[in-house]
Ligand binder design. Structure first.
Ligand code: EPU
Length: 338
């Protein structure tokens, strides 16, 4: 058994969370293999532990006084190829966008609309990352994980992952019980462009049509034009989820705001755009101290430098309050608050 773990004590999380807040973790362990996890948990299950992958969807509001586990294995392999469809396996530590690029380079369809989403492959199923009309659940077939209680490896078919809008079983029943080690995806050689969302079609046409490469580039360009680069301006992407409301509530708001973006949800309810709601409260670009609403996408909160997690969450609560006052709508946080 070859153990590949790296351990850190009292380590700064500043470079391990995309918000760039300065908090510390008592213990952080980088692991590669299931054997590493077996070794780590054989010492006893810590009272407090969790996975910190890319740190792109998390806000630390205090120091973490437990153990953080970070996947670092980065292999991508083809398991099976019938000429049309491929089964591909990616280790949890693969950068999500490296996986998208890997697929696009090989002419494999399925991930292109999810270009440039920050984070690691192992985190993709947890909140079922999504953008431009696609989500991780469209391609994920299976998730491999280490079960902490039994110290065994498990594999879950997508059908049992309870995927929904920014939802999965990993946020609920399996939270704090498993460590995802790899994902398996189904990708296709046959073109299946999805251009229906927002500006995607126009940007793709401007590049000469719906090739895989053009779609990837169009999505990257749209994201770069709206979303701040965490390396420059600390943020965790959408800070809030788009609220899903009853049809009657949506209709009442539409009577007052006919231009309000709204999308049918699968269950007959209606999804509204939290970014639009925040924008309409007048808070887009608004800054208080070190924290602000991004000037080009109101769904994103940014750290202008030196913000603490506490400042960010206090600011977020005020944004929620303004939306509640103006529209009577609750917007929940999408980012994990710790
Ligand atoms: N809008 C505004 N003002 C704003 C922001 C948005 O009026 O400041 C309007 C837009 O014009 C559009 C609607 O709101 O009519 C929706 O905006 P957009 O297409 O930018 O998407 P979003 O709903 O704000 C979601 C995801 C993003 C994803 C985009 C594109 C969530 C919480 N967010 O944002 O995901 O990139 O769609 O598919 O579902 C993330 O989760 O971190 C993330 C960035």
């Amino acid at each position: 058994m070859h153990i590949m773990i790296r351990e850190f004590h009292q380590i700064s999380l500043r470079d391990r969370n995309s918000f760039g807040v300065e908090q510390q973790a008592a213990h952080l362990v980088e692991f590669e293999t299931p054997d590493d996890l077996r070794e780590i948990f054989a010492r006893g299950i810590p009272a407090k532990w969790m996975v910190l992958a890319g740190g792109n969807n998390i806000l630390f509001t205090q120091d973490y006084d437990g153990m953080l586990l970070t996947p670092v294995a980065r292999k991508i392999e083809i398991l099976d190829d019938d000429g049309t469809t491929l089964r591909v396996r990616a280790d949890a530590g693969v950068e999500w966008d490296d996986l998208v690029e890997w697929a696009v380079e090989r002419g494999l369809w399925g991930l292109e609309n999810l270009s440039l989403i920050p984070g690691k492959a192992g985190a993709a199923p947890v909140q079922n990352i999504g953008a431009y009309g696609c989500e991780a659940a469209d391609t994920i077939q299976r998730v491999e994980m280490f079960c902490v209680e039994t110290a065994t490896m498990l594999s879950l078919d997508a059908a049992h992952c309870a995927f929904g809008y920014r939802e999965s079983v990993f946020k609920h029943l399996l939270k704090g019980r498993v460590v995802i080690t790899a994902i398996e995806l189904k990708l296709a050689r046959t073109p299946r462009p999805k251009l229906g969302y927002g500006d995607v079609e126009r940007e793709v046409e401007a590049r000469g049509g719906a090739t895989l490469r053009n779609i990837r580039e169009a999505v990257c360009a749209i994201r770069r034009s709206k979303l701040p680069d965490p390396a420059v301006l600390g943020n965790a992407g959408s800070f809030f989820k788009n609220p899903v409301v009853e049809a009657a509530a949506a209709e009442a708001l539409l009577a007052e705001y006919p231009d309000m973006p709204h999308y049918p949800a699968a269950d007959g309810r209606v999804k509204l755009a939290a970014g639009w709601l925040i924008d309409r409260t007048g808070l887009k670009g608004h800054r208080e101290g070190n924290v602000g609403v991004h000037e080009r996408q109101a769904l994103v909160l940014v750290n202008h430098g030196g913000a603490t997690g506490g400042e960010v969450i206090a600011f977020a609560r005020r944004v929620q309050q303004r939306v509640r006052e103006k529209f009577g709508i609750e917007i929940d946080t999408e980012v994990n608050i710790l």
